[in-house]
Design a protein. Sequence first.
Length: 225
Amino acid sequence: MTDDDIDHAIASALAQPGDAGLDGLDAVRERVERARDAADPALGRLWDALVRIAQRAGDRVDDQLALAEGRVRWLQAARGPTHPDTLDAWSDLGEAADLEGAHDVAARAWEALVGAPVAGAPGPAHARLSRALRGLAGRRLAAGRNAEARALFERDLATNEALHPGGHPQLALSLGNLALVAERLGERERARALRERQRAVLVAAGGAPSQLGPVDAHLARLRAP
């Protein structure tokens, strides 16, 4: 197929109502994959169109997530694991999958972000990494894998300490998350120290009483004999 043929197939599929053009365009994508280099830009246009069409069908969540994951894997191969488009796509997939309760897909997206070599990357890449670390840690916590959750929350804390050295609500959130898992692991003194630091960060950031109240409640319990 020529580029003109591909662009015509994309336009035709997008012009059809709902997701009527989805299966036909996916067949075109498979044909192009067999005939061209894996990083060919035409495949990027096909993946973008497939995701757009799938999003028009609210009842095909599995297809939407599968195509979104296919698109991000193409981006990773074609543009690299730390390209902003790749990181954005993994982040979007993780959030969408989590909202739909597709926890396996969400975990794969977060694991890809957590494993991406982002050292030296711009700040937004580290903010996405923080969200992925928290998402993955939350899944580990829900599964009772507390030690794994702690390691992920510790990495999130280090990420936000680097991002917000002067203090920030996101840093306070990281401290609170780590305090929670420390308490679950029976590390009461460490949990108390983390909560105290969380409170100090919130106060410095102008935290509202509604933010400070829950932290104070945790501290009162942790300070009790």
